[in-house]
Write a protein that binds this ligand. Structure first.
Ligand SMILES: CC(C)(COP(=O)(O)OP(=O)(O)OC[C@H]1O[C@@H](n2cnc3c(N)ncnc32)[C@H](O)[C@@H]1OP(=O)(O)O)[C@@H](O)C(=O)NCCC(=O)NCCSC(=O)CCCC(=O)O
Length: 334
């Protein structure tokens, strides 16, 4: 369960540059450590811009965009994160977000802002429920229910054990891995262009793959992947409401393609998340490395199911996530 004590919140791990067809890279590190692209002392853009909603009226907010995927439909994590910001603004300081359930019902249009309309569904004694509609062009693009609870200690406690993996300091970021590829003289031109486009992507999330088989979708793999993830920039301690909203943003990134891992001969022609659910178990910092353990127990009927766990570095299970997405695939040419 996550504190909401902030009234004014204001495949592969990396998407493939040319669909899902791409050559293998190893886990090798650059001989000379590349410089980190974003300064860590800068305030996270997620805080200063994306999740900083404008209040238009009581329970009505407007959100703007930062990073827009190549598909030119709004990033689902952004809409979920903003919806949670809007919901959390309408609950008391002693209440903590513990879960949310969303449906993405229409593609988000990056050309216009998104309105968030909050309905105060119920204020209970322990639990409080909010319903949020994200609207563009007069129609819902997302419907979200979020539930909040006051702190209620319980003797009933357990969690799975965090997988044992290398620490983030011993791994390379996606950008570093891409630069290693770009330094190869025999790299195909189309791939070089795709990699450069990926580098230009200003995603406000930093990722370090645990098994950096970047662009290696030739090989059938189990539908599981692990990567360290954190919001770019500094957010700081204490504002759990904000960390929760940032985690909502982060959790939708590089999640659904886990369902493509066992079928390397196909690449996604059309993919989009249909729904997204999250459960917040305890406090965490979204600007500190967390291990994202993703797996896909099932795919079929042009859909894939993915489940994820965000672990704190100290082995505490902080967040669980679940998502189903539409996956319309075609045979890869490579
Ligand atoms: C899910 C849908 C598309 C469902 O609507 P629908 O009218 O039932 O759509 P649909 O019939 O499934 O068509 C969708 C699309 O799939 C195409 N299609 C249909 N059949 C085939 C086929 N056999 N082969 C190839 N393509 C096919 C259709 O032409 C549609 O394309 P279009 O949307 O018109 O460009 C809709 O509700 C929607 O757009 N919802 C919003 C989904 C969304 O935007 N989610 C969040 C963004 S995805 C995300 O954030 C993940 C990011 C991952 C990351 O970057 O890591």
């Amino acid at each position: 369960m996550v504190e909401t004590g902030m009234k004014g919140v204001g495949g592969s791990v990396c998407p493939s540059p040319v669909g899902n067809k791409s050559p293998n890279s190893g886990a090798e590190k650059s001989p000379e450590e590349p410089k980190v692209q974003f300064k860590q002392d800068l305030k996270s853009v997620l805080v200063t811009s994306v999740l900083n909603l404008e209040e238009l009226d009581v329970d009505l907010y407007r959100g703007t965009h930062h990073w827009v995927p190549r598909t030119q439909r709004l990033f689902g994590g952004q809409i979920v994160g903003q919806a949670l910001v809007a919901a959390a603004k309408s609950v008391n300081d002693n209440l903590y977000a513990h879960s949310l359930h969303c449906y993405f019902v229409r593609a988000g249009d990056p050309k216009v802002p998104v309105l968030y309309q909050v309905e105060r569904t119920r204020n209970g004694r322990s639990f409080t429920v909010r319903s949020v509609k994200a609207i563009q062009h007069g129609q819902p693009i997302l419907i979200c229910q979020a539930s909040f609870q006051m702190i209620q200690p319980s003797p009933l406690e357990h969690q799975f054990t965090m997988p044992v993996v290398p620490q983030p300091e011993d791994l390379s970021t996606v950008e570093e891995l891409i630069r290693i590829h770009l330094s190869k003289p025999d790299l195909a031109e189309k791939l070089r262009q795709g990699l450069n486009k990926l580098l230009a992507n200003e995603v406000p999330i930093e990722i370090k793959p645990v098994q950096p088989k970047l662009f290696s979708n030739f090989f059938k793999a189990v539908p599981k992947k692990l990567f360290w993830v954190r919001a770019r920039g500094y957010i700081g301690e204490g504002n759990m409401k904000l960390h929760c909203c940032v985690a909502a943003y982060v959790s939708d990134y590089a999640f659904l393609d886990t369902a493509l891992l066992p079928s390397p001969k196909y690449r996604a022609q059309f993919s989009a998340s249909l729904d997204h659910a999250m459960w917040f178990h305890t406090t965490f910092r979204s600007d500190e490395w967390m291990l994202y353990e993703c797996e896909s127990p099932w795919a079929g009927g042009c859909r894939g199911l993915v489940q994820g766990r965000l672990w704190r570095r100290d082995g505490v299970l902080a967040v669980s996530c679940s998502q189903e997405g539409v996956l319309r695939v075609k045979l890869s040419k490579l």
